[in-house]
Design a protein around this ligand. Structure first.
Ligand code: NDP
Length: 294
């Protein structure tokens, strides 16, 4: 048996096309142009690549894209002043401050300063709390993408046993809440969990969000399980270059799983597509329009 490969590229492209259709509709019917502002502090090369990709994809979806680049040594006060300005700007419906911030800046204070209605990263405590309470909320993009990928295989997750490995605010914790909303039965594992292979073996749905290359082995999996690999790890190759691998031993898992996301080409593709979804949803909510059809 070889697992079905869940093609994040195709699923993300379909999602982006549906967002673009809805953006065109709200523009036509309500003269509303959703706008996303991305704030990049410093010149971390990986962050610059992400920000460029967000800018291109936002524009391709027909939305307005505003980029703000600040120097590494920007003061906390100047960063907060920019966030306050974006909070007031009626052309901006989504604000994303690219993380990690350079040392010396207080990330928590910056996240808390973002208007929760424009918090398209879903990290503000208002949104995290609303999600945990089962209320309507802007949810973090990567976990949203994980749910969409899972639902490309299973129409309903009701009653399925899911395990989420990793409990970060960005991925693991919100993913658990989204799975609960889908009526899955969820285990959350972390670095102190005992007998991780035994816990994983019970799961129909396995989410690995750890940051340890190929940690989840093929013989940990229940045959037929659906595996969503969030990990992005750069490991050295013999020729001095690097290659990307996930948190799951992909070749081993292929022989046991029912379906699996590749790295690259899986979850990573979904994150920016879901950012576009959140920006469209935020714009409609701020304008008092019904939730868009995506
Ligand atoms: P964090 O470092 O914030 O969290 C890692 C989690 O893994 C922690 O909860 C930690 O447990 C747990 N962990 C560490 N070691 C083990 C272990 N041996 N056994 C079980 N659990 C362990 O990472 P993120 O959540 O931010 O990211 C996780 C991965 O996902 C990374 O590879 C990152 O690059 C990737 N990522 C990918 C995205 C995408 O778009 N595809 C987006 C965001 C992240 P504890 O809490 O006990 O320390």
């Amino acid at each position: 048996m070889t697992a079905e490969i869940i093609d994040g590229k195709v699923i993300a492209a379909d999602l982006r096309a549906r967002v673009a259709d809805e953006v065109a509709r709200v523009k036509r019917e309500h003269n509303l142009v959703p706008g996303l502002a991305v704030v990049l502090v410093g010149n971390d090369p990986a962050s610059e690549v992400y920000v460029r990709s967000k800018h291109t994809q936002t524009q391709a979806a027909g939305m307005a894209s505003f980029e703000h680049k600040l120097p590494t040594d920007v003061s906390q006060q100047d960063l907060l002043t920019l966030v306050a300005k974006l909070n007031r700007d009626p052309a901006v419906h989504g604000i994303l401050v690219q993380l990690p911030l350079p040392k010396g800046l207080n990330t928590e204070a910056v996240i808390n300063a973002i208007d929760p209605a424009k918090d398209v990263d879903g990290l503000h405590p208002n949104n995290a709390g609303r999600l945990a309470g089962g209320f309507e909320a802007l949810s973090p993009c990567t976990p949203l993408g994980c749910i969409i990928l899972t639902k490309s295989v299973h129409a309903s997750l009701e009653g399925m046993n899911a395990i989420v490995i990793g409990r970060s605010n960005l991925v693991g914790r919100p993913l658990v809440q989204l799975l609960l909303n889908e009526n899955a039965t969820v285990t959350i594992a972390h670095s102190r969990s005992r007998d991780l292979p035994g816990l994983v073996r019970k799961a129909d749905l396995v989410y690995a969000a750890v940051g340890r290359p190929e940690m989840v082995r093929g013989d940990w999996l229940k045959p037929g399980a659906t595996v969503i690999d969030v990990g992005i790890n750069r490991i050295p190759k013999e020729d001095g270059k690097t290659r990307l691998v996930g948190d799951v031993a992909y070749q081993e898992a292929l022989a046991v799983a029912g379906a699996i996301t590749p790295v690259p080409g899986g979850v990573g593709q979904m994150t920016v597509a879901c950012l576009l979804v959140n920006t469209l949803r935020a714009a409609c909510a701020i304008a008092g329009l019904p939730k868009p059809a995506v």
